[in-house]
Design a protein around this ligand. Structure first.
Ligand code: SF4
Length: 115
């Protein structure tokens, strides 16, 4: 993480406030995170390291899971679009798989919408 975490609005706070997701302190935690100068970096770190507990970057676990799901769907959609474009050039599924450095099954799944 490149951000200076000493700037974090939660510096010096009891970290337990950030791990009791659904209790009375939730609104307070969101206010603290809302004013935090390293909020983006904190959230990015949580998403990259797949944190499954607590509030990071102002987002609770279920909110981060929804963000990850949306990102996964965007990647799958982009992959499907790329594969269809390559199919349109006359490439075979095997050639496309080779070009994209994936196996043929991945190409087939992308086209059928399977994950
Ligand atoms: S965004 Fe992250 S670093 Fe900033 S206050 Fe919230 S939990 Fe702390």
């Amino acid at each position: 993480m490149s951000a200076d975490m000493s700037q974090a609005a939660c510096a010096g706070m009891d970290v337990n406030f950030f791990f009791d997701d659904y209790v009375d302190n939730r609104d307070m935690v969101h206010r603290v995170c809302g004013s935090c100068p390293v909020r983006k970096e904190c959230l990015a770190e949580a998403l990259e390291s797949n944190q499954t507990h607590g509030i990071w970057g102002g987002k609770a676990t279920h909110e981060r899971r929804e963000m990850n799901d949306r990102q996964t769907n965007r990647v799958a959609k982009a992959r499907r679009h790329q594969i269809r474009a390559l199919l349109g050039t006359g490439m075979t599924r095997a050639e496309i798989a080779d070009r994209m450095d994936v196996d043929v099954r991945t190409v087939r799944r992308a086209l059928t919408g399977e994950s």
